[in-house]
Design a protein around this ligand. Structure first.
Ligand code: FSX
Ligand code: SF4
Ligand code: SF4
Length: 310
């Protein structure tokens, strides 16, 4: 049976909230997406980051990244994965922004440096002039339907904005606020890197919203979808009982004890990692090491030192 668009949207508005993203992306729904609507044009730009956010997205297992790129979104520009380069690619980016003005999604990866007029991060050249990440983000952000900040760096500044920040690195929300774009919609998907489900799930929800068929994803005070960032890691951790019984690991090899004493920041972190897990569900941070609170606005400074001696 092929789902009709209306059924698909109904299903999604209920299921995105209630189920895992992998369940949302069952083949019938993907088929309905293909048939029901045009793919959402997306442009992805990168500033000060490690590209881990992109790598995380490319590691998406359920759904396969191939299906996301071919069937769900229309990725028109991505500095690391596109085949095109130079003037041709950069011109295409501007053409998409013009053609789909008010209808495309801007995804920003990495922080944006503003000191020295943004010249710490040059992302291309146009008409013989260097284009800074700062100017490009403001230009595209003013034309986009919504901006998605992928990763803690673009959400809140992250590692580039940590102690010793010489470049004036900051996240998109702050940049927009400082430059008259405070009214533009920004959705933060923090994480260093963010889970692929968080990125794809948010795009799906935003896409429904763009079609006028779904509500805006509910955001918390830090601009994150509560769907993924509404739960405390510690309160849901499988080691909570150990914590309460004072069974605390003093080194990483004590696998059956709580990691609080060796630096775990789970009590201060809000994300659904405990149930979503990472790497296609194989493991997650606390199972192997500790939570470093990578999704929080104060990361990394407020979470430092990341590790502690037990
Ligand atoms: Fe930041 Fe993205 Fe951390 Fe890296 O580029 S969120 S440094 S994992 O990957 O921006
Ligand atoms: Fe809390 Fe971390 Fe201990 Fe889990 S391992 S119970 S998140 S302190
Ligand atoms: Fe980040 Fe902690 Fe979740 Fe790991 S468990 S991804 S460190 S919030």
């Amino acid at each position: 049976m092929v789902l009709q668009r209306r059924e698909f949207l109904k299903l999604c508005s209920g299921t995105v909230a209630g189920l895992g993203i992998s369940q949302v992306f069952n083949p019938k729904i993907i088929q309905a997406m293909e048939e029901g609507a045009k793919k959402a044009p997306v442009v992805w730009i990168q500033g000060q980051g490690c590209t881990g956010c992109s790598v995380s997205l490319l590691n998406s297992v359920h759904p396969k990244i191939k299906d996301v790129l071919l069937k769900v979104i229309s990725l028109e520009y991505h500095p690391t994965v596109m085949a095109s380069e130079g003037d041709m690619a950069f011109e295409h980016l501007y053409e998409v922004a013009e053609k789909f003005q008010g209808k495309f999604f801007l995804i920003v990866e990495g922080a944006i440096p503003v000191k020295a007029d943004g010249r710490f991060c040059i992302v291309g050249e146009r008409h013989g002039h260097e284009v800074t990440m700062k100017d490009l983000t403001l230009d595209l952000g003013s034309k986009a339907l919504a901006t998605v900040a992928a990763g803690t760096c673009s959400s809140y500044g992250g590692i580039p904005a940590g102690q010793g920040n010489l470049t004036g690195a900051m996240g998109v929300t702050q940049l927009f606020k400082d430059n008259g774009l405070a009214n533009k919609l920004v959705v933060n998907i923090p994480g260093c890197p963010p889970h692929p489900d968080w990125m794809i799930g948010t795009l799906v929800a935003a896409w429904q919203y763009a079609l006028g068929k779904g509500p805006l994803p509910e955001l918390d005070d830090s601009g994150r979808p509560t769907l993924f960032f509404g739960e405390n890691v510690h309160e849901n951790c499988p080691y909570l009982e150990n914590f309460e019984n004072d069974e605390l690991a003093s080194h990483f090899m004590e696998k059956d004890k709580c990691r609080y004493q060796i630096g775990c920041k789970g009590p201060n972190a809000y994300a659904d990692c405990y149930k979503r897990r990472w790497n296609g569900g194989v493991n997650w941070c606390i199972e192997n090491a500790i939570c470093i609170g990578c999704v929080e606005p104060g990361f990394p400074d407020d979470m430092s030192p990341l590790y502690a001696e037990g």
